[in-house]
Design a protein around this ligand. Structure first.
Ligand code: KG4
Ligand code: ZN
Length: 347
């Protein structure tokens, strides 16, 4: 087999992921999550995540190699997430990957987490189209990217200026007294509610932020969800002050509609204005049923091809890091070496 065998290590948030790929073939995707340890806090606690990575890294590595049926001897290269993410969490993966590279003499590639969310697409449906945009929505990030090439030409078109989309789901769920993580719960509840019941604000969609295609405003492709969260909080407080029951399903559906309306509109707009004929969706929020439906509809009417990797490849995992590493090896990109920190730009 001439295809490179690449091991990928991910530790930017609460998932410790180790993946193994050969070329564009997925061999293993072992993931240990510290999610349960964060539940009682209603969000990821960095210190707890770092400690959990330290405990989980070696067992997860062993599991991935076992599943793939390979040993470190077979591995051609190691790839590791260097950012963006939680500094302490990243350091565990980076230090582990450096140790592994030094001990085995294998080349090490430092990769960008966001670009890897896109690179994972090669594991399903093969090579990525040349004209590609990406919409990444998770608990930690919310971005629109233009992806010219996975090996260098990646441009951040827009991102959230406050909360990430998943974070907004988690915070609103908390306001409504629902469990963490809030995304799946709100998604389910929303199915029984009326998305038009309450008109919640669409962040950064006013003319002064959007501008025009010719003269873009300061936040044409950016997102903001904190105003929406506040509007939900006010609505809930108001219900309670008036002694009426909070219509939870309607609030969930209306909140979800506000989030999904803006992210799908801006993703399609950015794709159109940059001549991108394909869009890849990634991140944990990609599991959202309304987001999938509305994005599919809006992409279809704009003539944009939509790619959504399966859920296990959309959430944070090691296979996406291995997949991007494998692209870098195949493209003849020089390894990063072992002298780097956790703060690398795109890609
Ligand atoms: O990518 P991911 O697993 O990890 C991090 O960002 O750390 O994404 C997790 C996020 C959480 O905020 C969760 O509430 C959200 O994705 N999420 C969803 C759904 N499933 C997970 N949000 C909306 N709808 C869903 N079905
Ligand atoms: Zn991610």
């Amino acid at each position: 087999a001439s295809e490179p065998l690449v091991l990928g290590i991910e530790s930017s948030c609460d998932e410790t992921g180790v993946g193994v790929v050969r070329g564009t073939e997925l061999l293993a995707n072992a993931v240990a999550s510290s999610m349960e340890e964060h539940v009682r806090f209603g969000g990821v606690i960095p210190e707890i995540a770092s400690r959990a990575h330290l405990e989980a890294l070696v067992p997860t590595l062993r599991q991935a190699l076992d599943t793939a049926g390979v040993t470190m001897d077979d591995v051609d290269a190691i790839a590791v997430t260097t950012g963006p993410g939680l500094a302490g969490a990243l350091m565990v993966g980076v230090a582990g990957a450096k140790a592994l590279a030094l001990a085995t003499g294998k080349p090490l590639y430092a990769v960008n987490h966001l670009v890897a969310h896109v690179g994972v697409g090669v594991l399903e449906g093969g090579e990525l189209p040349e004209s590609l945009g990406a919409l990444l929505v998770s608990g930690g990030h919310t971005e629109i990217l233009r992806v010219g090439s996975l090996t260098g030409d990646v441009e951040l078109l827009g991102s959230t200026i406050d909360d990430a989309a998943g974070e907004a789901y988690d915070k609103v769920a908390r306001l409504l007294g629902l469990s963490y993580p809030g995304g799946p719960v709100i998604d389910m509840l929303a199915a029984e509610g009326n998305p038009k019941a309450i008109r919640f604000p669409r962040g950064l969609t006013l003319g002064k932020f959007m501008g025009t295609a010719e003269e873009p405003g300061p936040h044409r492709y950016d997102f903001s969800f904190s105003g929406l969260k506040t509007a939900v909080a006010r609505y809930v407080e108001d219900c309670r002050a008036r002694g009426v029951e909070v219509p939870v399903a309607d609030v969930a559906a209306s909140f979800q509609e506000a989030v999904v309306d803006v992210i799908t509109k801006k993703a399609v707009l950015a794709s159109q204005e940059h001549g991108l004929r394909n869009l890849l969706l990634g991140g944990g929020v990609a599991a959202n049923s309304r987001l999938r439906a509305l994005l599919a509809a809006r992409c279809a009417s704009a003539g944009i091809g939509l790619r959504i990797p399966r859920p296990g490849l959309c959430t944070d995992n090691g296979a996406m890091i291995a997949a991007l590493g494998s692209q870098l090896v195949s493209a003849g990109v020089e390894p990063t070496g072992t002298e780097f920190g956790t703060d690398t730009g795109l890609p």
